[in-house]
Design a protein around this ligand. Structure first.
Ligand code: SF4
Length: 458
């Protein structure tokens, strides 16, 4: 399962902030006693970055085909499975539709799309990371997933140490299905937990109790056959800091290799917002209160021996490498297949609509063109550099200037403000985000992108 809060493995279709008319003062933080709560009034976007012009229809198909045959080196491979047994209250995954009984035909259709890709691309690879995301791919028959993974293997060579991830819901990871997933070749399991608190879980529509989820997760970890990572969300209805603190403790006790902590996004007009307004669930934690949870995770996980790999991701063992998400955030080459899948080639993003039935019908007609593509932004290389660096809570200003040539003065006002507001420290031309800066990291990243785009006139 994907938390579908942030970041989505299928990020190509996600909107980036509109930077056509940026307000430079929006990017200045408020200076006050509690930057975790008060530095900004909002998060400007879910994914920092900038997209170029969008093409659809025939133009999209032609642009995509041209990129498929462009020369390429290492890449990622993403396969999307829009299959969920129910709908979680917090999910903002537009167009998700449970697709009962369609699993086998869907996997055959995906395998045929991958065979089509193999014929259409020039020599490519190796693939450094393969990601089966969704949706809930773990709900499908391991034999069907194995067929799709075999198709990926025959499309591109996989690196010997290729990270091969299967996303899923914890109740799907039974001893029998685990056997099938491991035999298929998955070496990393990304499991959506969100909280171990039974009341919080039930409020969000989760199947297992907190204790059952922890026990199942411990069983998966105890096999010691693959990296196991989970998602936790903070800010859920009824999830007090004490509940979240317990979530972190239980997670650490299960023996997992890594975890993501994502903030809750309440989508306007979404089911969670309606349920809270109607009093069906307690009010979610507002943005001004979420920073406290972020800092709690930073402190508790550090104490437990987890190290930070990105603004939201922590690893405890050397088995966990977290290759896919940073790869996609940098918009590096990623072939993609399946309904709702998004990929990148030569900076171009491609996206398919997420309805699995239409996808299967189109595959039967041999139609695999994306529904739309976006061209790279004019300053794509510098944006990828900024997003990649700042996702790790840092920005090497010296390298930024020497590689891409922006005037250091362009960022001076911002950086001075962020240091004063307690969001960043700068030493020897290296910006390092504080814990509060990391919580507001997407704003800082978007601000640097917007400011340099405005300074360059792009
Ligand atoms: S509804 Fe499906 S995609 Fe959305 S959060 Fe739940 S499991 Fe993930």
């Amino acid at each position: 399962m994907s938390d579908n809060q942030t970041p989505s493995p299928s990020m190509a279709g996600m909107p980036f902030a509109d930077v056509s008319d940026p307000d430079p003062d929006r990017n200045l933080a408020r200076v006050g006693p509690d930057p975790l709560a008060d530095a900004f009034l909002e998060k400007f976007t879910i994914h920092a970055g900038q997209a170029g012009p969008m093409l659809s229809g025939t133009e999209a198909g032609e642009a995509y085909r041209a990129r498929l045959v462009s020369p390429g080196g290492p890449l990622a491979f993403y396969v999307h499975f829009p299959f969920c047994k129910g709908r979680c209250l917090f999910c903002g995954f537009a167009g998700k539709s449970p697709a009962g009984g369609l699993g086998e035909s869907y996997c055959r259709a995906v395998a045929s799309e991958i065979e089509h890709l193999a014929r259409a691309t020039g020599p490519r690879g190796p693939a450094r990371t393969v990601y089966f995301g969704g949706g809930t791919p773990s709900s499908l028959d391991p034999a069907d997933l194995s067929r799709v993974l075999s198709a990926v293997r025959s499309c591109v060579p996989l690196a010997n140490d290729c990270e091969i991830t299967l996303e899923g819901a914890v109740h799907d990871f039974t001893p029998a299905s685990m056997d099938g997933f491991l035999k298929a070749g998955f070496n990393r399991f990304s499991i959506g937990i969100q909280s171990f608190d039974t009341a919080v879980r039930r409020g969000m529509g989760r199947v297992l109790s907190g204790d059952e989820a922890a026990a199942r997760l411990s069983e998966v970890c105890s096999l010691d056959m693959a990296a196991v990572v989970i998602d936790l969300i903070y800010g859920l209805p009824g999830q007090t800091p004490e509940v979240f603190s317990r979530d972190l403790e239980v997670a650490a006790e299960t023996g997992l290799d890594g975890l993501d902590t994502y903030q809750l996004n309440v989508f306007p007009g979404g089911e969670l917002e309606s349920a809270a307004k109607e009093g069906k669930v307690p009010p979610p934690v507002p943005l001004s209160g979420q920073g406290r949870y972020y800092a709690l995770a930073w402190e508790r996980l550090g104490r437990k021996g987890f190290r930070s790999l990105s603004l939201s991701h922590y690893a405890r063992s050397s088995r966990e490498r977290n290759i896919y998400n940073p790869w996609a955030k940098r918009r590096r080459d990623c072939l993609a297949a399946g309904a709702g899948a998004g990929g990148f080639l030569a900076g171009w993003a491609s996206y398919r609509r997420p309805d699995p039935k239409s996808y299967v019908d189109a595959a039967a007609r041999g139609e695999f063109a994306p529904d739309f593509v976006t061209a790279p932004p004019s300053s794509g290389a510098i944006i990828s550099f900024i997003v990649g660096e700042m996702e790790e809570g840092r920005l090497d200003l010296r390298e930024l200037v020497s590689r891409f040539g922006p005037s250091p003065d362009a960022l001076a006002r911002l950086l001075d403000n962020w240091v004063e507001a307690g969001l960043a420290e700068i030493r020897d031309e290296l910006l390092t985000m504080t814990v509060a800066g990391r919580f507001w990291g997407v704003n800082l990243t978007q601000a640097v992108v917007e400011t340099l785009a405005a300074a360059s006139g792009s």
